[in-house]
Each structure stands twice: as C-alpha cells, then as structure tokens.
Design a binder for this molecule. Structure first.
Ligand code: FAD
Length: 431
C-alpha cells in the first residue's frame, strides 16, 4: 500500500497524546494524531452548553501544585488556575443520617480515628513513588480497600469513613480498588493526609476549563490532529507501522498508543498485544464510578459532605447561582445512582442535605463510553504487582503512554502529561 508516511502516528488526543505530539513536533518530527472523538481532551471535557452556560468539567478537574508536570505546562502557557475555596465546615453522613458532630466519630471512638490516621501514615511511609511500586515488597497493600482496612485493624466510623474516602479517591468499590493505588496519593503528597485531601477535591481548577491547556498543547508543535478518526488496527511491517482507521490508514515509522486500559484490547494489534497488556485490558481498571453535577435548592451554600453507606461518597458545593447551589457529586460505582435521573440524584443528595430540591443534573457516562470504558485509572487489587512494568513497555515499533503508565499520578492529568513527555523522549531516542 502506497501511503504517505509520518515519523510518528499517535492514537488518542487526550493529555498524553497531545503532550507527546507537542514534544515531537517541537523536535522537528512529523506527527499525525488520530482521535476517535470529535474533540480533543479525552477524559477531560469542559462543557459550556449545559446549565445555562456555566462551565462544567465532566471529567478531570483538579490539579495541585505538587503535580510537577501539569504545573509546568500551566506556567509555560500562562494558563489561569484558581485555588479551591476551603469549606467552613464538614458534613458527615452515616448511612444517610447527617451527623450533628464536628468529628465523623462519637467521642468514645476518637481513639479509633487516631489509630486510622496512624495506620494510614504508616502505610504511606512504605511507598517510594519515584520507583516502581511492584519492586517494593508491597503486595500486602495491593489488596482490596476493604481488606486493607480490616488488616490495618481499623474500627467503627473511622473505618467506614476511610473506606469510603479511599473509594471516593479511586472512584472504585471497596471490593475492587487497590488500597496501594490510593496510598500512592498520600505518598505522592509527601505522606500528608491534608495533602491527600487537597489532591482530591481541594486543589486548583482551570479558570477557562481544562480545554484551555489542551488547546494550548494542540496548537503548539504543529502536529496534524484528525478528529472523528477511530483507529481499528495497528499492524507492524518490516520497517514501518500501518495504522488503520475508519475511512483509511496512516503509515508511520513509529506509533504511540495512548488509549485507556480497557480500550486497548479493542484495537486489532498485529502482532498481537503482549499477554500482560491483553490481560490487564480485559480485566480493565477499577475506576468505574461516576461524577454528577447538580443544581439544588435548600442546601448549604458551602456544603462539603463525606458519606459512608450512602449512594454518593462526596457531595460538594462549587458555587451559588440564582437557581440554586451548584453541586459536584461522586459515586464509586456507576449503578449506585442514575446520574441522569433528577429524582434519583435528589434522593442521593438528601443523604447529605435532607431538604435538598434538585432542579437539574448533568453527567457523562464514562463507563459506557467506548473510548474510555471507565473514569480515572485506579488499579484493581493485584494489578500493580502483576502488570505495572508491562503497561508502558514498548512492543517493537509500537510505544505506549497514557496516564495509567505514569509512576506518581496514574489517575490524573499530571500522569497523562508525564507519560506523554516520557514517551516522546523514548521515541526521539530511537527515531
Ligand atoms: C469523571 C472524571 C474525573 C476526573 N477527575 C480528575 C481530576 O480532578 N484531576 C485529575 O488530574 N484527573 C482527573 N481525572 C483523570 C484525568 O482526566 C485522566 O487521567 C487524563 O485526562 C487521562 O489522559 P490520557 O491522555 O491518558 O487518556 P484519555 O484522556 O482517555 O485520552 C485517550 C484518548 O484516546 C482516544 N481514543 C480511544 N480509543 C481510540 C481509538 N481506537 N482511536 C482513536 N482514538 C481513541 C480517546 O477518545 C481519548 O481522547 C478524571 C477523569 C474522569 C473521567
């Protein structure tokens, strides 16, 4: 087949693909990015067409200054970010019953809370996030969140709160998500529990949406980006790779694949993907929950609610509007609450604010979306130990990136950028 050839074809225009394209373009390489969706940004999606034009992040939202890769890009392009406002108080919901107390546990259980915090910090201190976790004798932590809580001897409400918080961080259930992957958040924030809270929903947000950074990356480096171009096959030949997509094909000296873990196995690789990549893709990761936006009346304007035994594990106010308070809500499993159903969302919000009247909801079903098949990467128990080293390993002329291949922040925008930079450097070395 006589095809025009580029140096690198990149599959996916999320932050990993866009960053790699920028670096390769800057180094003078010809790059063609093939993206299945009709937009760039992947699992970040800033929408201004819902809720009367307020900007809503349907996916990735918060960053923290400790995330070196995304912070460097924010500075480089002069992207505006804003600090989150601290809530004035916390709301705790125990199985849907709002606690009146300042603390999430009754006074008799304060010792349990202290024990939980100590156990958390002791476990976090064992991780060196700059080295592969699978090399560090941590298999006893690479277990389901609930099992870790049991093994660590957590008790009472402190135990339930910690389990729910971990599930919230992972957007994963207590039976599937790896405790080790969540402990990585703590370790990456210098083993600070407060740092881990900031890294979840109290960091910085993009004033003009994550799209502002994605666009800056896309416009830099000069790569060609083809939207609405799903890649179906990646075939390695003797001295090139042919990438087959709907409506055609592209030939390249090298290919960089950045699709999410669960999507990998739906691309036809020849030769076949390594058994490890195929296995982890078939298992998929545990980030299978949802994020829901709502506008609600009769809720505190500064609601910041953590719950256990509740449909949402977190409900937080993100601003006040004439028609109500803007809430962001997370559930660790996508079928716990139907995020498109106003009444179902209202029931779930009432577990935190009993008089809430939800007037509108908005969500994107990332789990059912064929180009993501999940939300953010949280490894299943055992996956870090089994597959960590395989995820980013190149196979012949095909290289791999994506947040899930990053070391420090695999569930984040930062991890995606980190992986794109690493892959571009790897490609420049061999081209
Ligand atoms: C609900 C939600 C909330 C989140 N919250 C945060 C947060 O607050 N902070 C944070 O830092 N991170 C957050 N994340 C995670 C963050 O968004 C991701 O880690 C990051 O955006 C992943 O980037 P990526 O480039 O690795 O993958 P993706 O963004 O998934 O990019 C991969 C691209 O490949 C494309 N693709 C897939 N298959 C094909 C194919 N066959 N052919 C061509 N293209 C294909 C996809 O359409 C996509 O554009 C969140 C994610 C979600 C879903």
């Amino acid at each position: 087949m006589d095809l025009p050839e580029v140096d690198v074809a990149i599959v996916g225009a999320g932050f990993a693909g866009l960053t790699a394209a920028r670096d390769l373009g800057e180094a003078g390489r010809t790059v063609c990015v093939l993206e299945a969706r009709d937009r760039i940004g992947g699992r970040t999606w800033y929408r201004t067409d819902l809720f009367d034009g307020i900007g809503l992040e349907m996916g990735g939202t918060w960053i923290v200054p400790e995330q070196a890769f995304v912070s460097a890009e924010v500075r480089r392009y002069g992207i505006a970010v804003a600090d989150s406002e601290l809530p004035h108080r916390m709301t705790w919901s125990d199985q849907g019953k709002v606690l009146e107390s300042l603390m999430p546990v009754p006074p008799a259980e304060l010792g349990d809370l202290e024990h939980a915090v100590r156990a958390l910090v002791a476990a976090g201190a064992r991780l060196d996030v700059d080295r592969p976790l699978s090399e560090q004798d941590l298999v006893d932590l690479d277990v389901p969140i609930r099992q870790w809580a049991r093994d660590a001897g957590l008790r009472g409400n402190a135990r339930e709160l910690l389990i729910s918080w971990f599930c919230g961080c992972g957007n994963a259930s207590a039976e599937t998500g790896s405790a080790l992957d969540i402990l990585r958040w703590l370790a990456a924030m210098g083993n600070s529990v407060w740092g881990m809270v900031r890294a979840s929903v109290l960091g910085q947000t993009f004033v003009d949406g994550t799209a502002s950074l994605a666009t800056a990356l896309a416009e830099d480096g000069g790569a060609e980006i083809r939207l609405s171009t799903p890649v179906r096959s990646v075939r390695q030949e003797a001295d090139r790779v042919v990438v087959g997509h709907d409506g055609g094909a592209v030939a390249a000296r090298r290919v960089l694949v950045t699709v999410p873990i669960g999507v990998l196995r739906h691309v036809d690789f020849q030769p076949a993907l390594s058994p490890a990549k195929l296995a982890v893709s078939t298992e998929n990761h545990a980030g299978q929950g949802q994020k829901v936006w709502a506008i609600a009346r009769n809720v505190p304007h500064d609601l910041s609610g953590y719950g256990w035994g509740t449909a949402f594990d977190y409900v937080g106010a993100m601003g006040t509007r004439p028609d109500g308070v803007l809430l962001v809500c997370f559930a660790p499993e996508h079928d716990r609450v139907d995020g498109t159903d106003r009444v179902a969302v209202q029931c779930a919000v009432r577990e935190f604010a009993p008089d809430a009247e939800v007037v509108a909801t908005a969500t994107h079903q990332w789990v059912d979306d064929e180009w993501s098949r999940g939300t953010w990467t949280t490894f299943r128990a055992g996956q870090i130990s089994r597959y960590e080293k395989d995820l980013g390993a190149r196979e012949g002329r095909v290289h791999f990136a994506g947040a899930h291949t990053a070391r420090r922040w695999p569930g984040f925008i930062d991890g995606a950028i980190d992986s794109g930079r690493r892959a571009a450097a790897e490609l420049l070395e061999v081209l």
